[in-house]
Ligand binder design. Structure first.
Ligand SMILES: Cc1ncc(COP(=O)(O)O)c(C=O)c1O
Ligand SMILES: N[C@@H](CCCC[NH3+])C(=O)O
Length: 443
């Protein structure tokens, strides 16, 4: 397993992250356990901020909280000076509860409900990223009723197909998100937003997909957006102050993944902006981005305890852990690949190829197909790397399995940031209607 950030094998042959021994973390917090390397998270935040500062452009880097939305993360993001992208009332609530400054919150989503909009208007968040005409009219009406003027970006689909899994690719024309540039809908939306009394149109937003390694897609998106900005200037007399290019910067999950350094992604975008926007009213827009995975993904490791082992001679050896698709649905959803190691025997050579199964009642509940490990026994610890993004945030209670705890580790200290869910937490919202309390009498 590739060791990201502060991860290393210590003198006991154990995986250690942020100076904390995996076996001790298990003893203290139990498994499955999400472990977050706080130092690495902060380092990634700083890489983004420094790369943008170096460009000389005005900018905002908003952490896409969908990747990992808990209050402690909102605090770190705030401390590092980033903004925050939320896509629901729940994410907005989490951010506000954490004391995140409302003016640096950007609200996304293709179906914001009136309640969600009201909550965000009450909080006076920084900006709405308007996704469609229904929202545009609803937001304008609600803002006018409250005598508020709301800053908005319009989300457009630039018609760029990112090279990634089709479920996480969003910039193509056939998408549920955004106004299409190609068929004229985006221009119509600009005119509608410019005419709307309750709205102040800051600019546009484009997001082409996720887990992208090449810079070409981003550069192409900048070109399309700049062409559109020119058209808008000429035909509607509107100049964009802000261009938000979304997130999507890839990370290294497994060998063969070839992400670029954060500074390279940023440079390719800022260079493209400088050259494509030159000449459009002499106005370089402010550039915003929304990285999620690339800030938190590599910083997360999930620690499991190995339980049953089923060897089918000549076919496959299944090694089951005490979690699975409930804490990491990505392999089942996107065929995502992960690396793993036996965390309590880090110096031992791999001696066999096994497949890691979860404990759900579902054949598709597999975490890793074919991984080389030393021979494992019941009670050994398995660490799966790169689980910081879209794991905790996409976890479920399938089979009524409680969600694991989350700890932040740094300089030998481990702090709980999400308590382990209990069975009681899960049944707490169940209700038994009074009629079911009576003995059923079968006639
Ligand atoms: C609009 C938008 N912004 C930002 C992100 C974050 O993407 P990533 O986690 O790949 O950086 C996403 C998710 O793909 C998104 O849909
Ligand atoms: N949830 C996806 C990516 C996020 C898509 C958001 N637009 C993943 O786990 O890879």
């Amino acid at each position: 397993m590739y060791l990201h950030g502060t991860s290393e094998i210590n003198a006991n042959g154990h995986l250690e992250i942020g100076g904390c021994d995996a076996a001790e973390l298990k003893a203290q917090f139990g498994t499955p356990l999400y472990i977050v390397d706080e130092h690495l998270v902060r380092e990634r935040c700083r890489e983004y901020m420094e790369a943008f500062r170096a460009s000389g452009l005005k900018f905002q880097v908003a952490f896409a909280s969908k990747a990992f939305c808990v209050m402690a993360m909102c605090r770190i993001v705030d401390e590092e000076g980033l903004s925050l992208d939320v896509v629901s009332e729940g994410e907005l609530y989490t951010a506000l509860q954490a004391g995140f400054p409302a003016e640096r919150i950007h609200f996304h989503g293709n179906n914001k409900t009136p309640d969600e909009i009201a909550m965000a208007l009450d909080a006076r968040i920084g900006c709405f990223v308007v996704d469609n005409f229904t929202e545009l009219h609803l937001l304008n009406a609600m803002a006018k009723e409250r005598k508020q003027t709301v800053s908005v970006l319009l989300r457009v689909t630039p018609g760029v197909e990112a090279h990634t899994h089709e479920y996480i690719s969003t910039g193509q024309i056939d998408s549920k998100f955004g106004f299409d540039i190609g068929n004229g809908t985006a221009l119509e939306a600009v005119q509608a937003a410019a005419d709307a009394e309750g709205l102040e149109l800051l600019g546009i937003h484009s997001h082409i997909g996720s887990q992208i390694f090449e810079t070409e897609g981003f550069q192409l998106a900048v070109e399309r957006v700049a062409q559109f900005a020119r058209q808008v200037k000429d035909e509607a007399g509107v100049a964009f102050q802000v261009v938000n290019l979304g997130g999507g910067f890839g990370i290294r999950y497994v060998e063969g993944d070839t992400p670029l350094a954060v500074s390279e992604y940023v440079r390719s975008i800022t260079d493209a902006v400088k050259s494509c926007f030159a000449g459009i009213g002499n106005l370089l827009p402010e550039i915003w981005v929304e990285p999620g995975r690339s800030i938190i993904g590599e910083a997360g490791t999930t620690l499991y305890t190995i339980g049953s082992v089923k060897d089918i001679p000549g076919v496959r050896k299944y090694v089951a852990v005490d979690g699975g698709m409930t804490d990491n649905p990505r392999p089942a959803l996107y065929e995502s690949r992960y690396e793993a190691m036996v965390a309590n025997r880090g110096n031992e050579e791999a001696s066999e190829v096994v497949s890691i199964a979860g404990k759900c009642c579902e054949s598709g509940d597999m975490l890793i197909w074919d991984v080389a490990l030393p021979k494992v026994n019941q009670g050994d610890l398995l660490a799966v790397s790169c689980t910081g993004a879209y794991n905790y945030s996409m976890a479920s209670n399938y089979n009524r399995i409680p969600r694991p705890a989350v700890v932040f580790v740094q300089d030998g200290e481990a702090d709980i940031v999400v308590r382990r869910e209990s069975h009681r937490d899960i049944v707490m919202n169940d209700c038994i209607p009074a009629r079911l309390n009576k003995q059923a009498v079968l006639k």
